[in-house]
Design a protein around this ligand. Structure first.
Ligand code: CTP
Ligand code: MG
Length: 568
């Protein structure tokens, strides 16, 4: 007997159909009970991490079936949920009620053989990523029953598929809402991101037992599309079971002897360098490891093959989880925020205004801040200024004064006034394009915190666009953006307004030939047809690779100089 709730697929990917969760709308949306937004975010993060820590990722090998795997799992303990997907092989994520069941199962797992047929060396990490196989003589009675569904996760709809879907909406407002539904992360994709992070954390703990790994960014802030990367940061000294040293009244203290680093930054670079080597050589399913350690925020990029996810690993970056919480909260304050942000992000991506590769493009984070600022500064604001809903307070009790973190504490949802702005999503979109045309980016810095502007700081640098990072107000989150890009944003916004002012823009037509003659099809199709492309994809890839290899070379040289222990 197989018993479990299934997270199954719908036409566009996969959705949870279990009895407990019925919504897919926000990256962290299920089971929120708290009426305090910040509490809801923390509860959901906790719930997701707990789900992940009770989950196994299993590759179906050797003609085995989901049914036989579930039978096996049910014989070991209670299964709460499961879902399947295809990523060059069939995988099943199985969530158990109790973490102990996992220990019981993994204690019985044997080491799989490497491609060469030899046993892997002892340094291989044994994790909750398993393969399920059967001896070739043993017949699986479930084999003929049903082949697993081919469910593809973490993949966006193609432009054409998206346009076809949008054409079926009755009007432009409905199209903007539909674009959100087509692009946002599905339930199983969120689970998979948390699981990838949890598997990685488990691997890192085998060499850094005090480390925890946290997801942040679009995987958790409610603005993630299906193909978005998994941003993670490493936190030291927080793992369960690591007992903090009590400082008694003793005259003497014992401490571990450590390699000393010149600065926190060098220490972070060194830790990330070590973890990159570890990922490359010892963690199963990790490939394309790129060390970008000279960036302002040093990071390691890699691909987790079994989930098909691109992952970013950074050092201690607690502030980023606060900015994720902030975006999550802004996304929930008004139902128009997320559809509008998804639409603007999509339009910007198609037009070469945003780009995944490092360069002079605006990235999704500052672009989202730009939309939030616009919504804060409507004549009748849609969103409040950050300082109306949150306060910076010192945190981390017991730490030395100079080491104290600053925490952003949000007020209760009940204290936040509902906006009186009645503009439709389409009106807001058009007004946003107007705003991009008329705003003097060279002169005014945008502050989400104040919900207003101030003169662009003049500290010897000229910034064509200045979007204050709300969590680190001294930093410009769009500091890499070039003047050309701002001109481009303005020009493309003018074209977008022209398209929206056309009489037939609002004339819905679901026929196949009319995909791009009205509504979002008309706005987006122009971009697809190529007028928005700045550089060819091949050229962008080449530039990205050059940038990364430069960073790696620079880092290796600087490490040799500073630490004297690194290898190229
Ligand atoms: N971040 C930041 N300042 C920047 C860029 C990023 O503080 N200039 C932080 C933000 O918290 C952001 C996170 O790093 O959410 C992840 O950045 P990134 O991956 O670039 O953006 P996402 O919001 O995750 O969007 P996506 O990955 O979908 O492009
Ligand atoms: Mg990201």
């Amino acid at each position: 007997c197989v018993s479990a709730k299934r997270v199954t697929s719908d036409k566009s990917g996969s959705r949870i159909l279990s009895e407990s969760a019925t919504t897919t709308s926000s990256a962290t949306s299920t089971n929120d009970t708290s009426n305090n937004l910040s509490g809801a975010f923390k509860d959901t993060m906790h719930m997701r991490s707990s789900q992940a820590s009770r989950s196994l990722l299993v590759r179906l090998a050797n003609g085995t079936t989901i049914e036989s795997l579930l039978q096996y799992c049910n014989s070991q303990g209670k299964v709460d949920n499961y879902f399947t997907y295809f990523q060059k092989a069939h995988y099943v994520v199985v969530e158990f009620s109790q973490a102990d069941t996992i220990k019981q199962i993994t204690s019985k797992a044997h080491s799989t053989e490497s491609k060469t047929g030899k046993q892997r060396d002892g340094a291989q990490v044994e994790s909750r990523f398993l393969s399920f196989s059967r001896p070739s003589k043993h017949k699986d009675t479930n084999v003929l029953k049903r082949k697993p569904d081919v469910v593809i996760l973490n993949k966006d709809l193609s432009n054409l598929e998206l346009l076809r879907s949008l054409a079926s909406a009755p009007n432009v407002d409905a199209q903007i809402e539909l674009l959100l539904q087509e692009q946002e992360l599905r339930e199983s994709e969120i689970r998979l991101r948390f699981l990838a992070c949890s598997l990685m954390e488990e691997a890192f703990q085998s060499i850094l037992p005090d480390a925890t790994l946290h997801p942040f960014g679009s995987s958790i802030n409610g603005f993630g599309r299906r193909s978005c990367d998994v941003d993670t940061y490493l936190d030291r000294g927080t793992a369960h079971g690591v007992i903090p040293l009590k400082q008694g009244r003793n005259k003497y203290k014992l401490g571990y002897d450590r390699q000393s680093a010149n600065s926190e930054r060098v220490a972070t670079q060194s830790t990330l360098f070590t973890l990159a080597e570890f990922l490359e050589k010892h963690v199963p399913q990790c490939s394309s490891v790129n060390r970008i350690l000279n960036a302002r925020c040093p990071l390691v990029k890699f691909r987790h093959q079994a989930t098909g996810l691109s992952c970013d690993l950074t050092g201690d970056n607690r502030i980023a989880i606060k900015s994720s919480e902030m975006l999550y909260i802004f996304g929930r304050l008004d139902p128009r925020v997320r559809p509008l942000v998804f639409m603007v992000r999509h339009w910007a991506r198609l037009n070469g205004i945003t780009n995944n590769n490092p360069g002079y493009w605006i990235t999704n984070y500052p672009l989202t801040l730009l939309v939030i600022f616009f919504l804060q500064t409507r004549p009748e604001p849609v969103l409040p200024a950050l300082n109306k809903i949150a306060m910076f307070e010192p945190s981390s009790e017991g730490m030395e004064e100079e080491e104290k973190d600053v925490d952003l504490v949000f007020t209760d949802e009940a204290c936040i006034k509902v906006s009186r702005n009645k503009e439709t999503p389409t009106e807001l979109l058009q007004e946003f394009f107007h705003f991009c045309i008329t705003f003097d980016f060279k002169k005014h810095a945008l502050s989400i915190h104040l919900g207003s502007t101030y003169p662009v700081p003049n500290n010897g640098k000229i910034f064509p666009m200045y979007i204050e990072n709300p969590l680190e107000p001294d930093l410009n989150s769009s500091k890499n953006v070039s003047g050309d890009l701002v001109d481009r944003l303005r020009r493309l916004s003018q074209e977008a307004v022209k398209t929206m002012e056309r009489l037939d823009f609002y004339q819905a037509d679901a026929s196949r030939d009319a995909l791009h003659s009205w509504g979002l099809g008309a706005l987006l199709m122009g971009s697809v047809q190529g007028k928005g492309k700045v550089r060819s994809v091949a050229m962008e890839k080449k530039l990205g690779a050059m940038f990364r290899s430069l960073n790696r070379r620079e880092f290796s040289t600087s490490c040799k100089r500073t630490c004297g222990v690194m290898h190229d």
